[in-house]
Design a protein around this ligand. Structure first.
Ligand SMILES: *Cc1c(COP(=O)(O)O)cnc(C)c1O
Length: 349
């Protein structure tokens, strides 16, 4: 608290990221980072970019990355927006499309940054609870009077995915507002709504390089949507920060997007390790929600989640515990690491 703080600063409720402790080396299963390195082609491209050219600003438009993403998703470059992590893309989308008199619809259990942005921009949340099985019920999104809808697919921290037909249901029921589908984890086993972009002018698909492409450290995210929606985001971005993607990130992200084979390889490995981990956790009596992501959301009928979290931490393994919150206070979210890391987790449990 400072006497210079305005009411606006004092009223904020900032996002709390998962721990990134610097004190000792943990097995980090708490922030859904990839246990694998980025594509070797991405690393080579970034290394080659370090040099004399760094005195120059990057391409403000990030065109090479937009072209690569457009190719990868079968779209045109003017249907692609790129930003400094998908968090920044979300921040701009919220500011641009969801500020208004009406509330914004999203689930009670979902990515906690949505509430933070809503608070930052004075957007009232219209919270739509997941059902008792932690599923999004598409018909709950019918007949809303909202500024927009945010759906996370697969959802976090539950890990559960919706089929595209359910996403289409929500899009059709909300044709006058933007429906943002946050697909941070889609490569680990869900269907992407990127294939619907040409059909639905109200659809904005947001993805990230941080999870499946193993590039959390360079901060690149993107949105796919109708050219008019994308142009709106460009107008905002160019009123805020014209160079969100630096030269190193630009070449690294572009090379990673062009290396589809490597993406498939590390996603397949993660999925195989996930299936092994689920079976082992179930043998230990955990209840594991079906996951289409690089994490599992688990609870144990006889063990307290907080003590498990603390005891694992003592043993050098970090998982995510969200505190004594309603509905998820008995759950842990565990990132899928390498086979060795997951064997260590099972042994510790
Ligand atoms: C990790 C995550 C993001 C943010 O990703 P960045 O691109 O690293 O900012 C956005 N949405 C969800 C649901 C996530 O889990």
């Amino acid at each position: 608290m400072s006497r210079f703080w305005t009411d606006r600063i004092a009223s904020l409720d900032p996002y709390v990221p998962g721990e990134q402790p610097q004190d000792k080396k943990y097995i980090k299963l708490n922030t859904n980072e990839s246990p694998y390195p980025p594509s070797p082609k991405a690393i080579a491209a970034m290394q080659a970019e370090v040099g004399e050219r760094l005195r120059l600003y990057p391409d403000p438009n990030g065109q090479m990355l937009k072209n690569a993403l457009a190719d990868a998703y079968g779209l045109q470059a003017n249907q692609v927006f790129v930003g400094n992590g998908s968090d920044e893309v979300l921040a701009l989308a919220f500011m641009g499309y969801f500020v208004g008199d009406k509330p914004l619809a999203f689930a009670d259990i979902t990515y906690s940054f949505y509430k933070v942005y809503a608070n930052l921009y004075g957007i009232t949340p219209n919270i739509i609870p997941l059902n008792d099985d932690f599923d999004i019920v598409p018909s709950d999104y019918d007949n809303l009077d909202v500024s927009g809808v945010v759906v996370t697919n697969p959802n976090a921290p539950t890990g559960k995915a919706l089929p595209l037909s359910d996403i289409e249901h929500i899009l059709n029921a909300n044709q006058d507002v933007v429906v943002l589908v946050d697909e941070a984890y889609v490569d680990f086993g869900a269907q992407s709504a990127a294939t619907l972009v040409n059909q639905y002018p109200n659809l904005l698909v947001v993805q990230t390089m941080s999870k499946s492409r193993a590039l959390a450290g360079i901060r690149v995210g993107y949105a796919l949507g109708h050219p008019d929606l994308i142009e709106g985001l460009e107008r905002l971005k160019n009123s805020f920060n014209s160079y969100p993607i630096d030269r190193i990130a630009l070449v690294g992200a572009t090379a990673a997007v062009q290396d589809a084979e490597y993406l498939a390889e590390i996603c397949d490995k993660t999925i195989a390790t996930r299936e092994w981990t689920v079976a082992e956790l179930e043998k230990l009596g955990f209840v594991v929600l079906p996951s289409a992501t690089n994490f599992v959301f688990v609870t144990h009928p006889e063990r307290d989640a907080e003590s498990l979290y603390l005891s694992l931490k003592e043993q050098g393994i970090l998982v995510r515990y969200f505190g004594k919150k309603p509905r998820i206070g008995d759950y842990l979210r565990i990132t899928i690491g390498t086979d060795e890391e997951m064997a260590a987790l099972i042994a510790a449990l």
